[in-house]
Design a protein around this ligand. Structure first.
Ligand code: 1GP
Length: 257
């Protein structure tokens, strides 16, 4: 089954998932990577996302190769720019930064990337990417040269996501930015969720089990966890248990829809 079909099916059934974000700059030791892969595998993580708004090393390809050789978890590129395309991954979030008004990130880099991606076997996942304010300026807000949506402008975020869906984007990603002071607030998630039919991914600043739970309860279909796992890898187990419990308690009618 394709990654997109799987995400759609899971979301339609009310099932939740976890993606672990790997920043190639931060996972520099092979032992560190293997530890993370084992942890993710043991905890039935659904996807690896790999990429970053600013990647200063050439580790990305090597990391993709090691993941593919070690575990069966799909690898999805989460590229900050066109240099972060690796044909050995399984898929790519083809991101349009629809919360911003930077034409380069709405369509410009896509024009450059499209012919390269067309010559790979990467599954293209057309994704509306919405940055939401989370306190101090994040790297992604700075590098993308865009203004995040204010965290209390619920309707603005919902209308932006809705417009992205009407343009044909198949997934939405609400991001507070890696290492955000505050994750996306539950009201923002639930307002956007209600405006959408496509699966909703939420990430940025989810660094406790309670924050993960709040995002799931508010309507995130997939939560993305990155930064915190460098300091506290065992948190993944706690969050995975929550997701497991959630999925176990879905009423039978929902799963047979
Ligand atoms: C960032 O949503 C991801 O784009 C993950 O954020 O690193 O803060 O978990 P963290």
């Amino acid at each position: 089954m394709s990654i997109l079909s799987n995400l759609q099916q899971q979301a339609a059934q009310g099932r939740k998932g976890i993606a672990v974000l790997i920043d190639p700059d931060k996972v520099t030791e092979p032992a560190q990577l293997h530890q993370l892969l084992n942890l993710a595998s043991e905890n039935c993580v659904d996807y690896f996302f790999i990429g970053g708004s600013l990647v200063t090393t050439t580790n990305l390809s090597g990391i993709v190769r090691v993941i593919k050789d070690t575990v069966s978890i799909p690898v999805i590129l989460f590229p900050g720019n066109t240099m972060q395309i690796d044909p050995a991954a399984d898929g790519i979030l083809f991101l349009s930064l629809i919360s911003g008004r930077n034409p380069e990130l709405l369509i410009g880099q896509h024009v450059v990337a499209a012919p390269i991606i067309r010559n790979t076997r990467l599954e293209v996942l057309p994704t509306g990417y919405l940055l939401v304010n989370s306190g101090r300026i994040t790297s992604v807000a700075y590098i993308s040269n865009t203004t995040p949506i204010p965290d209390d402008k619920y309707s603005l975020a919902a209308c932006t996501a809705m417009a992205g869906e009407m343009l044909g984007l198949q997934l939405m990603y609400l991001d507070a930015g890696s290492g955000a002071e505050q994750p996306i607030n539950p009201r923002m998630i639930s307002t956007v969720r209600k405006a959408l039919r496509v699966p909703l991914m939420v990430g940025g600043g989810i660094d406790t089990a309670d924050k993960a739970k709040a995002a799931l309860q508010a309507g995130a279909d997939l939560i993305v966890i990155g930064n915190v796992l460098e300091k506290n890898p065992s948190l993944l187990t706690t969050i995975a248990e929550q997701v497991y419990e959630w999925n176990l308690n879905i009423p039978a009618t929902k799963t047979t829809d």
